[in-house]
Design a protein around this ligand. Structure first.
Ligand code: DX5
Ligand code: ZN
Length: 217
């Protein structure tokens, strides 16, 4: 179903060659590039910050979808906006003021996303769907690539109901592969993040599988 956007996550790419990896997945069909920022506090892993994201920007020709797995979020919004993020997604669990955070992301000139961990109910974002451009439904507990998919199709259907005809993307993040993708598209998701399913079997010197991996999803 080609109305579904595929957003490869560079968490599964070669950390020593992000420029080449980003150019390769975009050349082979990626609709967006998903950038996972982790702070070792909100999630038990550390990836990269605004300077790295600014460097990625030079290679991203499509949409740079920045997923902030950090707490607090607000002090860093301007830095990620200046780094060139098109979308900045904050976790509803990252602090008490998600409404203010989404307002601040939009005020910084970016599209605003809100992410939900598997244990967080869809209703927790009911009051911010008027100021969100995207809801990111985690289908793994955040922090790592290559984890097992946690079925959230019920939550996706509920969110699609709650969103109604408002222009809000539902993005699925974690464990997306050719088996899980169709379930999610049917439930109402329109953006699928995939890290290991896209980058598996490839490398910077051999990015051949990336296109096939993307089309298989
Ligand atoms: C996990 C990240 C995901 C992850 C997806 O915390 O937010 O974007 O990179 O990787 P896969 O597709 O391998 O589960
Ligand atoms: Zn992510």
């Amino acid at each position: 179903d080609r109305s579904i956007k595929i957003a490869p996550s560079i968490l599964s790419a070669d950390f020593a060659d992000f420029g080449a990896e980003i150019r390769a997945v975009e050349a082979q069909g990626a609709d967006w590039v998903h950038v996972d920022v982790m702070d070792g506090h909100f999630v038990p892993n550390i990836t990269f910050g605004p300077p790295a994201v600014a460097a990625f920007r030079k290679h991203v020709g499509t949409v740079m979808d920045v997923h902030l797995m950090i707490a607090p979020v607000d002090p860093y919004i301007d830095a990620f906006a200046k780094a060139g993020a098109d979308i900045i997604t904050a976790h509803v669990e990252a602090g008490p003021h998600i409404h203010r955070t989404l307002q601040a992301i939009r005020a910084a000139g970016c599209k605003a996303g809100v992410a939900l961990n598997p244990g967080t109910p869809a209703e927790s974002v009911a009051e911010v769907l008027d100021i969100a451009d995207l809801v990111c439904v985690m289908t793994v507990n955040p922090g790592f690539g290559g984890q097992k998919f946690i079925d959230m199709t019920g939550k996706v259907r509920r969110l699609r109901e709650m969103i109604g005809d408002r222009p809000v993307h539902i993005e699925i993040d974690g464990g997306v592969d050719p088996t899980t993708a169709p379930l999610l598209a049917k439930a109402g998701a329109d953006v699928l993040v995939a890290g290991s399913a896209v980058f598996r079997g490839g490398s910077v010197s051999n990015s051949a599988p990336y296109g096939d991996n993307i089309r298989a999803i």
